[in-house]
Design a protein around this ligand. Structure first.
Ligand SMILES: Nc1nc2c(c(=O)[nH]1)N[C@H]1C(S)=C(S)[C@@H](COP(=O)(O)OP(=O)(O)OC[C@H]3O[C@@H](n4cnc5c(=O)[nH]c(N)nc54)[C@H](O)[C@@H]3O)O[C@H]1N2
Ligand SMILES: Nc1nc2c(c(=O)[nH]1)N[C@H]1C(S)=C(S)[C@@H](COP(=O)(O)OP(=O)(O)OC[C@H]3O[C@@H](n4cnc5c(=O)[nH]c(N)nc54)[C@H](O)[C@@H]3O)O[C@H]1N2
Ligand code: SF4
Ligand SMILES: [Mo]
Length: 705
């Protein structure tokens, strides 16, 4: 048997792989017919099959008879009956918004769609949001206001290799999407230049031609400074500005005040490096400006991205084949997961829930009255932090996220989860959040189910079932449909992925993210289809902005933005910047990857990166235990000394649970537009703590073994 064509369960690159069953085990081999990875996989992809057989895989539903009692196994009927009965009771006591739903960007399009419909139709609640609010929201908001649409990359990922210059702000794909690096390497081999903007000299920065190393939270100043230089050096594309954009004059006025010396003082980036970056971008006949979480997860993240989009527009990049602005989407279905209605303010097809025409269209597909649909609800952090409060939800149904580890100010979020009357978690493994639940529902995962995922290019891909799920496990679609049935929800509630996709196509028809022309057969035959795709004879849209932008006048819009600095700046009490992010071998909250032996070994525990100069001042040695404190809490982790970081900044990955959690420290200050929390900068202080004999080995010691 040749095996089942599949895609990796983790990130948005959705690398192609083949799954083959060999002597009872499932083996992974990379596919070279998928442009995103062309034969490459990272260590997470290579080891992904282990997820199917982790020892503590959830296989039976469980519930707590009382709040203080342990979880006990039960039947599916008992679990689903309890959820439906409790949800109904809480709704009649406290109103429809008493029950909330939280989703994830790793869920298939079908699940994201059905979850949004379930919240609005079966529960009638406005209280639904998802972890993509912690991920893509700022880039999505900024793209929407500039281009009238939000689709990660402006073209196929292979366009990058033909680019003459790429500026990547706040992304570390050498660790977060390793096979993606080949597109950048190919570009460099052909003479193109890679410019990386990151406070750390990351594995990605080491492969760049130019590394700008700003202080965390200063990217708006940097982007405005680069644009200032583009204008003063006569590099702005005046013909393009006149033909394809509006609003440049206001931006030109704002960036006037961002003269190079001032920007160097704010960011720490030397003027000649800024000048070089602008020249490299402007000289190239094709160029890209890309952002990732480092330039998005800020209390001014939307403005930060707008700053970079303004730069791209001034250089005439968006809407030209082989050029443009793009955002590197993060989660497996980070793109599709943000299009089909699990967002607080959204209906399927990237429609706004407060738009009467959108409500009428979707209500017709759902077979309900438009007036019955709730309005917009709370954003992710606002929702989590309102749980159990007098005016907040009393129950939460959670699918595909582990906020006890991944939400900002995680100790507070944990406390709020504990204040609920009912917490229901559907997961594959007993995640830290599932362990807090009153009802745990064991879900099928990637290779055990079918559906569609939309990758970072905007290409809709097939997820195929390669192995049967373990006995006792149900798919999320089956769980949602069964609950809808118990709640007597009106309309159709199929659990068959293809039937749900057919309904999603109708619901998205005419919307921004129009999937109506996409079928499972076409995805199969064409190796994926790019949205928008409004009819079955439409070829799909690999490069959406070539003729016009989907704004009312067809032009891209400049948005003037000003530098404000971090929401919480450093001071005498908390003198250091903390920034957070990822390492190669762990994924997100670590619920999956901490259970894969080779990954747990490669990245065994939480640490803080700091510069040797800083460590010397504080009396901290490499490998020592340190206490990192912010105004939200304290974390105990091991010190990793590196000259790759600024000496005013420390870095922690957020993949581990317990008292080494980076999110015990992070600042939940929210972006006013996207409601994105400021994961990427807060103020902390460090102190050495006495060492204990039973410490887990330091990551460096482990890798040296
Ligand atoms: N191994 C691994 N891969 C992953 C994931 C994972 O958890 N692990 N998660 C996936 C998901 S959901 C996502 S969203 C992506 C994220 O992918 P990336 O955005 O590449 O990852 P991060 O490490 O969060 O942040 C990238 C960089 O931002 C830098 N940074 C911090 N503060 C600032 C700042 O103020 N300005 C600038 N310019 N840069 C800053 C950090 O130093 C870091 O190197 O990765 C995806 N891939
Ligand atoms: N400090 C800090 N915090 C961050 C970030 C940061 O950069 N710094 N990044 C943020 C970002 S970008 C993101 S995307 C979030 C991600 O953080 P989370 O939302 O916590 O993401 P995961 O850890 O991927 O959680 C997914 C959960 O769903 C389960 N699961 C997997 N497949 C399925 C399925 O098919 N069905 C169901 N029901 N469950 C499934 C997994 O086992 C896991 O428990 O973290 C955010 N938190
Ligand atoms: S880069 Fe992402 S999609 Fe590719 S193998 Fe690694 S985790 Fe999987
Ligand atoms: Mo993400």
């Amino acid at each position: 048997m040749i095996g089942t064509p599949a895609h990796c369960p983790y990130c948005a690159l959705q690398c192609g792989m083949t799954l083959r069953r060999e002597r009872g085990a499932v083996r992974v081999a990379p596919r070279d017919d998928v442009p995103a990875n062309r034969g490459g996989l990272c260590q997470k992809g290579w080891t992904a099959a282990e997820l199917l057989t982790v020892p503590d895989r959830l296989t039976t539903p469980a519930m707590r008879p009382r709040k203080d009692a342990p979880l006990e196994p039960c039947t599916w009927d008992e679990a689903l009956d309890r959820v439906a009965a409790e949800a109904s009771r809480l709704r009649s006591l406290h109103g429809l918004d008493a029950v909330a739903v939280f989703g994830g960007g790793g869920l298939t399009n079908e699940k994201a769609y059905l979850l949004g419909k379930f919240a609005r139709v079966a529960l009638g609640t406005s209280q639904i949001d998802y972890n993509g609010r912690f991920c893509m929201a700022s880039a999505a908001a900024a793209s929407g206001r500039a281009f009238g649409m939000d689709r990660g990359l402006p073209g196929p990922v292979t366009d990058l290799a033909a680019s003459g210059a790429i500026l990547l702000a706040g992304g570390n794909p050498a660790e977060t999407m390793p096979p993606f690096m080949r597109h950048l390497t190919e570009m460099r081999d052909a003479g193109g230049a890679l410019i990386v903007v990151d406070p750390r000299r990351t594995a990605t920065a080491r492969q760049s031609d130019l590394h700008l190393q700003p202080a965390p939270g200063t990217d708006i100043a940097l982007a405005n400074g680069l644009l200032h230089l583009a204008v003063t050096e006569g590099l702005a594309d005046e013909d393009y500005l006149a033909a394809r954009t509006t609003g440049f004059d206001a931006v030109r006025t704002v960036v006037n005040a961002y003269w190079p010396d001032r920007v160097e003082r704010i960011t720490g980036v030397p003027v000649p490096a800024m000048r070089e970056a602008v020249r490299l971008l402007a000289r190239a006949s094709r160029a890209h400006v890309l952002t990732a979480r480092g330039a998005e997860q800020h209390a001014r993240g939307t403005d930060m991205v707008s700053g970079f989009i303004n730069l791209a527009l001034a250089l005439g990049l968006p809407g030209r084949a082989g050029s443009g602005y793009g955002c590197l989407t993060g989660q497996g279905n980070g793109q599709g997961g943000r299009e089909h209605g699990q967002k607080a303010d959204q209906l399927p097809g990237y429609r706004r829930i407060d738009d009467p025409a959108a409500r009428a269209h979707v209500a017709r597909v759902w077979g309900v009255a438009p007036e019955s649909l709730p309005g917009p609800g709370r954003s992710a952090y606002e929702l989590l932090s309102a749980l159990g409060a007098p005016d907040g939800p009393k129950a939460l149904l959670l699918f595909g996220s582990n906020p006890a580890v991944s939400a900002p100010r995680a100790a507070h979020v944990e406390e709020r989860l504990g204040a609920l009357d009912l917490l229901v978690v559907a997961d594959v493994v007993p995640s830290e959040t599932a362990r807090l639940a009153d009802v745990v529902l064991p879900a099928a995962q990637w290779a055990e189910e079918s559906g569609t995922m939309t990758n970072l290019e905007g290409r809709v891909l097939r997820r195929r079932r390669a192995v049967p799920p373990p006995d006792g496990v149900r798919t999320d679609l089956e769980i949602i449909a069964a609950l809808a049935g118990r709640l007597d929800a009106p309309g159709e509630w199929s659990a068959d992925p293809e039937a749900v996709f057919a309904e999603l196509r109708r619901a998205s028809a005419g919307g921004t993210a129009d999937y109506s022309g996409i079928t499972y057969e076409r995805i199969e035959a064409e190796g994926g289809v790019f949205w928008p795709c409004p009819s079955e004879d439409h070829p799909g849209t690999p490069r959406p902005y070539l003729d016009r932008f989907p704004t009312p006048d067809g032009r891209a819009r400049f948005v003037p933005v000003e530098h404000h600095g971090a929401a919480e700046d450093v001071d005498a009490d908390y003198p250091l910047y903390l920034t957070t992010g990822r390492v190669l071998a762990q994924y997100q909250s670590g619920a999956q990857t901490r259970r894969v032996a080779a990954l747990a070994e490669a990245a065994p525990g939480p640490f803080v990166e700091l510069h040797p100069d800083l460590a010397g001042r504080l009396g901290i040695e490499d490998g020592a235990r340190v206490r990192v404190e912010s105004r939200r809490g304290a974390a105990t982790v091991q010190a990793q000394l590196t000259t790759a970081i600024r000496s005013d900044t420390v870095f922690m990955p957020f993949h581990w649970a317990g008292d080494g959690r980076a999110n015990l420290l992070t600042n939940p200050s929210l972006d006013p537009v996207s409601r994105m929390p400021e994961f990427k900068v807060c103020a902390v202080r460090l102190q050495p703590c006495p060492s204990r004999g039973d410490d887990p080995p330091h990551p460096l010691e482990r890798s040296a073994l």
